[in-house]
Design a binder for this molecule. Structure first.
Ligand code: JFZ
Length: 338
């Protein structure tokens, strides 16, 4: 049955939130600007695990206001929110028993940020989804690392050694990353955390998988089986196994052409500047006109638009993003559905 897709097809517009420890360095390491998106800084900068984990001590989102975030999304005309529960740096933004590398145990803030977001979503009738990086995990031992990436963007004095290690260890750059097998990481971290996410936050509308590096059918089945905890949950296509195609496709940073559409459900995810995670040096914001046209283009072709914000370590959504969402809300008020 495809009934479970009804709300999603109706929704058209959602908020993506990339938030985690990577917002602390914000694209800069050791005084150097690191290329690529902010949330990839640990991999792109080949930052050792012990050093990266220091950033958690400065992650203290005392200005976090989930009620205001959800109202902001609602007022922009959005119907759902997908937040990074765990991105590739492996940092859990929630209370978890599967790893100490989480917001409760490793930051001065010491609180789960997903709980109050779930409550605010319930209050305003906004659906809540979790992004979960099921395979790539650069801090929990055994997690995968995309292997094509070499260090760049700064004068890493050890880059030759690190790049050689990376080439020889499936993309890992720190021996601490390889002290457990990938299968054990899936059993001991990924599956338990997905189960926690689907148990402790009430109704979860979407599970947004990403980058299935090193995955195989057996391990993917364990992750997919956990979804039984939330009847009616919708998943994207990034588990990427033939047996688990997911419920919708995820063209990234682009809007499909009419002749590419094959009748399957799809969602374009997109940044407002050029990064998913907070990176203050990226000031190349799209205009409100562009974003509104994108929404119209996507809606007219039957897709959904998942538009991203990257909050700061203090828990604030960048003012430029807030302004863009206000502009979209103003347009939606006049032209959106009643
Ligand atoms: C992934 C992440 O690596 C990235 O940090 C961000 O979370 C984004 C939403 O998803 O990046 C991808 C994943 C898939 C493609 C490109 C980038 N793809 O299929 O072209």
């Amino acid at each position: 049955t495809t009934d479970k897709m009804a709300w999603w097809r109706d929704a058209r517009f959602g908020l993506f939130i990339h938030w985690g420890v990577y917002s602390v360095p914000g694209g800069e390491y050791d005084g150097h600007a690191i290329g690529h998106a902010g949330e990839w800084i640990m991999n792109r900068g080949k930052i050792p695990v012990a050093q990266y984990q220091q950033f958690a001590k400065a992650f203290n989102p005392v200005k976090y206001n989930p009620d205001a975030w959800v109202r902001m999304a609602r007022d922009a005309g959005m119907k759902y929110i997908v937040i990074t529960a765990k991105h590739h740096d492996g940092f859990a933004m929630f209370k978890t028993g599967a790893s100490k590398w989480n917001i409760v145990d490793a930051t001065p803030y010491g609180r789960d940020v997903l709980k109050p977001l779930a409550a605010a979503c319930r209050k305003y009738g906004i659906k809540l989804g979790f992004y979960y990086s099921q395979a790539q995990d650069w801090n929990n031992p055994g997690g995968a690392a995309a292997r094509k990436v070499t260090s760049e963007g700064w004068a890493n004095p050890d880059s030759a050694t690190i790049d050689a290690y990376t080439a020889a260890h499936q993309g890992h750059w720190d021996p601490a990353q390889t002290t457990r097998s990938f299968a054990d990481y899936i059993d001991q971290v990924a599956v338990p955390q997905v189960r926690e996410l689907l148990t402790n936050y009430g109704k979860v509308a979407v599970l947004w998988w990403d980058t299935p590096v090193g995955m195989n059918d057996t391990l993917a089945k364990k992750l997919s089986d956990a979804l039984a905890l939330q009847p009616g949950i919708i998943t994207n296509d990034r588990l990427e196994r033939p047996d688990f195609p997911g419920d919708y496709k995820t063209p990234e940073q682009r809007i499909p052409k009419l002749n590419e559409l094959d009748g399957k459900d799809w969602e374009t995810c997109m940044t407002m500047n050029g990064t998913w995670g907070y990176k203050p040096s990226d000031t190349k914001w799209k205009t409100p006109e562009t974003l509104i046209r994108n929404l119209i283009d996507i809606a007219s072709k039957g897709g959904n638009y998942l538009l991203n914000v990257g909050p700061t370590p203090e828990g604030e959504i960048p003012p430029a993003s807030v302004e863009l969402l206000k502009a979209m809300g103003a347009w939606m008020k006049v032209n959106g559905e009643a």
